[in-house]
Design a protein around this ligand. Structure first.
Ligand code: ADP
Ligand code: MG
Length: 258
């Protein structure tokens, strides 16, 4: 963090990538090359592309898990290297495939999203995440012990607890990185519904393993060969008959065969 860093202020949720390039420090292959991208406040953007194409890496630059090798990223016009990490990370919520629940109660695991939150606030977040019902069915409700030595929860239940956490945190910017890809069909549907509620009114970048779930995105970006190869909405990209079309038709075939 630079000296004199101040908190991010007046957050509408606009994200700008200005000529951003990136390579991981320990292996000097270019992962992202000269990315220019402006995401409007509240816009729903989907990132697709081949595995290893840099989707997760691109998103990890926003909460500064890594810094660009070149170029800069701004949120609402403020260079993210010039604001405090604390304010940046409270602005950006991330839901990933792997959910981390620590050893503690369900309440504590949700409250982690905003330390000091009341029971009422935790319950309200759990309701919005579609988690309240199964939580109250556990033997000690919100006081049930989870984590390594606690009750065993399904992948979908854990994911809904992690979504409740983000509801509580209430960030204006949201990153959903293959959040449902480890789930079976039924819990995938439940979790997808929760994620849809969560993304309402927030700038959202979704990395989807299933192209069928992102057709309503305002804009789809195809990331390939270190850069954005195509962008547009679902219909526009299908008409182009380019990479998205190919991904979409091959994936639809594969999904038909399962
Ligand atoms: N922590 C890391 N250190 C070094 N290389 C990495 C690391 N994480 C990912 N990579 C490499 O960066 C490239 C992009 O990976 P990633 O962003 O995970 O792609 P995607 O999410 O599109 O599958 C890949 O070549 C991958 O091997
Ligand atoms: Mg990834």
């Amino acid at each position: 963090m630079k000296r004199g860093a101040r908190p991010l202020t007046k957050i509408d949720g606009e994200i700008s990538f200005e000529d951003v390039s990136f390579e991981y420090p320990d292996d000097r292959n270019p992962v992202l090359s000269h990315i220019n991208l402006r995401i409007r406040p509240g816009e729903k953007v989907a990132l697709v592309g081949p595995s290893g194409g840099g989707k997760t890496t691109l998103c990890s630059l926003v909460p500064r898990f890594y810094d660009p090798t070149e170029g800069r990223i701004l949120i609402d016009g403020q260079d993210i290297r010039e604001v405090t990490l604390k304010s940046l990370r409270s602005t950006v919520g991330v839901v990933q495939q792997d959910v981390y629940l620590f050893s503690g109660t369900v309440f504590e695991n949700i409250e982690y999203g905003r330390p000091g939150a009341s029971m009422e606030e935790v319950v309200s977040a759990a309701r919005m995440a579609g988690a309240h019902e199964f939580i109250t069915g556990l033997k000690d409700g919100y006081n049930t012990y989870v984590g390594e030595r606690g009750v065993k929860l399904s992948g979908g239940q854990k994911q809904r607890i992690s979504i409740a956490r983000v509801f509580l945190k209430n960030p204006p910017v949201l990153i959903l990185d293959e959040a449902t890809s480890a789930l079976d069909n039924e819990s995938e549907q439940l979790v997808s519904q929760s994620l849809e509620r969560l993304s309402k009114g927030r700038t959202t970048v979704t990395i989807a393993h299933r192209l069928t779930t992102i057709q309503n995105a305002d804009r789809i970006l195809v990331l390939s060969d270190n850069s954005i190869a195509e962008e547009g909405n679902h219909e526009e990209l299908l008409l182009k008959k380019g990479m998205y079309y190919q991904l979409y038709t091959s994936v639809s075939e594969a999904e038909k065969n399962t």
